[in-house]
Design a binder for this molecule. Structure first.
Ligand code: SAH
Length: 222
């Protein structure tokens, strides 16, 4: 990749990114590590070229196959919640999508495991992370609702699509003391961002804020 692709021009410039980070701070993101990584990660490379002029607005954007790249605020918020909750070792991500959230996690956690049910999206995301030399990620194509038991337990789990109810199978793959952030609720209704902490065989739940995500769907697609 040449430096023009990486650093961007015009709407994708460093100044535009700094404006986004200022907005994230205004919206309440406080963790400096998260803010720094958000300012240096080229989000325009994770959206279609036709959309790249909007990549540093605080909005979700279409990435094909009816899916979206999450809004920067929610990426930053979910990451901050997990970092402040505990350890930064092994994290499981459900819904690789564009790979932007994966790229943020890969720079803050030792090892990221990421599952996606649409193979074409994951292949594209994997290539983009390779280009950015983010190598501490293992990818799996399949139904993330089942988790990744061979690699469990995880210190943290982030779910970037909304299940209708708490995903019990995933909760079982948390380490003792581990945390999960997950949007829970109906597709058209109100979803709540929940923080789950595992304490032995018990799970403590906190409701954080209302959110809007695409649904967590069953099964894997080509
Ligand atoms: N973090 C991604 C979010 C993408 S949207 C980004 O910012 O780009 C949510 C993603 O979850 C979609 O790519 C969708 O295909 C995926 N998804 C939905 N249900 C899933 C499931 N059961 N297992 C794995 N991925 C799933």
């Amino acid at each position: 990749m040449n430096s023009r692709d990486l650093h961007g021009i015009g709407m994708t410039s460093q100044r535009t990114r700094r404006r986004l980070v200022q907005r994230l701070e205004d919206e309440g993101i406080k963790n400096q590590d998260v803010l720094n990584i958000m300012s240096t990660t080229p989000r325009h490379l994770f959206v279609d070229e036709a959309m790249s002029h909007r990549a540093y607005e605080d909005i979700s954007l279409p990435i094909g196959r009816g899916q979206t790249i999450s809004q920067p605020y929610i990426v930053a918020r979910m990451t901050e919640i997990l970092l402040e909750a505990g350890s930064c070792n092994r994290i499981l991500e459900i819904g690789t999508g564009s790979g932007f959230q994966t790229a943020i996690l890969a720079q803050l956690f030792d090892k990221v495991y990421s599952i996606e049910r649409i193979k074409a999206l994951q292949d594209k995301a994997r290539k983009q992370l390779m280009t950015l030399r983010l190598m501490n990620v293992e990818y799996r194509y399949g139904d993330g609702g089942e988790g990744w038991s061979e690699k469990s337990p995880f210190d943290a789990i982030i779910v970037t699509a909304a299940p209708p109810v708490l995903p019990r199978m995933l909760m079982q793959q948390l380490a003792d003391g581990g945390h999960m952030v997950v949007p829970v609720g109906a597709v058209d209704g109100k979803q709540n961002l929940c923080l789950i902490q595992r304490v032995g065989d018990d799970f403590e739940k906190h409701i954080l804020e209302s959110v809007r995500f695409v649904p967590l769907l069953g099964g894997a697609l080509e």
